[in-house]
Ligand binder design. Structure first.
Ligand SMILES: [Fe+2]
Length: 154
């Protein structure tokens, strides 16, 4: 069966919107960190914003490759007004897992139908999972190696 281009374009646009929301979110966070660890943390957050923009651009390139129209919207931006570093990281982990789910959906849709899109989805999944691991490790307590588990959402 052929690739459902329409579905692929709408998924890619969703990914683009989520990544763009990440750009705004990380830029905001990078301005809201104070205290001893400010300098390296701000640097890290700014790098995440730049990476999000690269990811958004890549998704847009795939949209236009398929002949689609790239979204001019941006994903949801929830402002929790919590700016403790732990809160920022937990919020970012939750948002990133939404983007990761979208990349997995794209992989499922394109598997065996488009080497290009399948490869793209896989490589982004690897990057996003490595990123989630960075955040997860920052949320662990020193001396403990167990994986951080986010609290269950109701
Ligand atoms: Fe990303």
């Amino acid at each position: 069966m052929d690739l459902d281009k329409h579905k692929a374009i709408s998924l890619l646009n969703k990914i683009m919107e989520l990544e763009l929301a990440g750009v705004v979110r990380y830029t905001h966070y990078s301005l809201m960190v104070y205290g001893y660890s400010r300098i390296p943390v701000v640097e890290w957050l700014k790098t995440q914003a730049e990476e999000g923009l690269l990811h958004a651009h890549k998704a847009g390139e795939m949209v236009t490759l398929l002949g689609g129209y790239p979204s001019l919207s941006i994903g949801p931006l929830l402002e929790t007004h919590l700016h403790d570093l732990g809160d920022i990281l937990r919020e970012s982990l939750a948002n990133e897992s939404e983007a990761l789910a979208a990349y997995y959906q794209l992989l499922e849709l394109t598997q065996g139908k488009s080497v290009l899109l399948e490869d793209y989805a896989r490589s982004l999944i690897v990057q996003e999972e490595m990123h989630a691991d960075d955040v997860n490790k920052m949320l662990r307590r020193t001396g403990k190696t167990g994986v951080y588990e986010p609290p269950k959402q109701h």
